[in-house]
Write a protein that binds this ligand. Structure first.
Ligand code: 5GP
Length: 122
């Protein structure tokens, strides 16, 4: 499936500097910032600067340099936020079943408290 990217999504606006963000890390190809509605004491969103709808789109279509940068950025965010010892959860929601709100790839990095089981029943 080819994805159609909506360049009016909120993260595209953040990348263009049209709305502010609370930056944790910026690299050549990636940006990490605090979620505006944190669901844990640590809740960072890591996004590629390129126009990718979700993880599937990115994994298949991004360049090696983008994938390397993005993966390293996630590692660096974990280090900056100090979640290596107590642990964290990395989540990427996609599409309707994944209940994705913003159609630009983002990895949620959650931590700072016990997070419970990954999925609830039902
Ligand atoms: P999704 O449901 O798409 O996986 O998650 C989207 C996330 O983006 C949500 O956790 C939501 O709180 C966050 N979010 C939505 N709008 C903004 C915004 O303008 N700024 C920031 N920093 N986070 C946002």
């Amino acid at each position: 499936m080819a994805y159609t990217y909506d360049d009016q999504n909120i993260f595209a606006k953040i990348l263009r500097g049209e709305i502010p963000n609370d930056t944790v890390l910026e690299t050549d190809h990636s940006l990490a910032f605090n979620d505006i509605r944190p669901q844990a004491p640590i809740h960072v969103l890591v996004i590629p600067k390129g126009a990718y709808v979700n993880y599937d789109d990115f994994a298949r279509n991004a360049s090696d340099a983008e994938i390397l940068d993005f993966t390293r950025a996630i590692g660096e965010v974990c280090k900056i936020k100090g979640v290596e010892t107590d642990g964290f959860r990395a989540i990427s929601n996609a599409g309707q079943h994944g209940v994705q709100e913003v159609p630009h790839l983002h990895i949620h990095i959650l931590g700072g408290r016990p997070l419970g089981r990954m999925l609830q029943q039902g």
